[in-house]
Design a protein around this ligand. Structure first.
Ligand SMILES: C[S@@+](CC[C@H](N)C(=O)[O-])C[C@H]1O[C@@H](n2cnc3c(N)ncnc32)[C@H](O)[C@@H]1O
Length: 257
């Protein structure tokens, strides 16, 4: 599996309480471990009472990020986000088939997958970036220990892999949200996305290949999340598009549910 090969990132362990976990993570990612009161790399991963954080000394990126399904934005969206009336739910077909099997091939921070699992989908999440994978795995583990989220994350299975290498998936829907190149409005882009641009980057060729793979794998449909005014992925014309204030879901129907 890919290792993280960046001199920019290390595991920072200023608190001996987390030494064992930090050592294991540094080893799994093949990156350095900083144990001093300051970290020597611009980006760091750090275990804390709140879970695994990713932080940076770059001022423009702001405070550390982590995956939190129990509180914050994910919890707010679960409670007040509109349930089955949200565009994402309509795009994947939740109202037509409530317990559909969905493969989220670009898991990222797991926000979309969590919404879909909370609406009853059986979700397999694939993430190829090992840093994102570990942040997400940590968030899933913490959610599994909380009464409000345990019943949701038991329907989320995370895999560390390049989705294109995963054959024989038996799924109704494949969901894609590939990185989009930073725009002039990047300063306004949300903090999490700014981190993603640094850690994951943008891969246009990979995203096009991903579409072809997704269309072959999905039984019923492929859904692609795009910025509202962005061109379609791989220049493919969708069967229908659901457009919201800032984003759009392009739906490619293969067969009815
Ligand atoms: C924009 S983020 C997805 C955000 C996600 N929808 C969320 O709700 O948090 C895109 C993610 O897809 C991952 N990715 C891109 N191509 C992939 C592939 N072929 N296989 C697995 N993961 C991939 C990237 O590493 C990145 O973490």
């Amino acid at each position: 599996m890919t290792v993280v090969n960046t001199p920019e990132l290390s595991v920072w362990c200023p608190d001996a309480l987390y030494r064992e976990q930090s050592n294991q993570l540094a080893h799994a990612l093949s990156i350095g471990l900083c144990e001093g009161s300051q970290c020597v790399t611009p980006f760091y991963l750090q275990y804390s009472a709140q879970g695994l954080l990713m932080g940076t000394e770059l001022k423009e990126l702001g405070n550390p990020i982590r995956v939190d399904f129990v509180a914050g934005a994910n919890a707010h969206r679960r409670k007040y986000g509109g349930g089955k009336h949200q565009d994402i739910a309509k795009a994947v077909g939740v109202p037509k088939k409530p317990h559909l099997r969905l493969l989220d091939a670009t898991a990222g921070l797991g926000r979309d997958a969590f919404v879909l699992a909370s609406l009853g989908c059986e979700v397999t999440l694939i993430e190829r970036n090992p840093v994102m994978y570990h942040l997400l795995q940590d968030g899933l583990e913490r959610a599994a220990g909380h009464p409000e989220t345990a019943g949701i994350v038991e329907h989320m299975q995370l895999i560390l892999a390049d989705a294109i290498e995963q054959k024989n998936q038996q799924v109704d829907v494949v969901y894609l949200d590939p990185m989009f190149p930073p725009t002039q409005k990047s300063a306004k882009v949300k903090k999490e996305l700014r981190y993603l641009h640094h850690i994951v980057g943008y891969d246009a060729v990979g995203a096009e290949a991903l579409f072809d793979w997704a269309f072959a794998v999905a039984k019923n449909r492929v859904v692609v999340k795009r910025p509202r005014l962005a061109p379609t992925l791989a220049n493919r014309t969708p069967t229908l598009a659901l457009e919201g204030k800032s984003g759009r879901f392009d739906v490619y129907v293969k067969s009815a549910f």
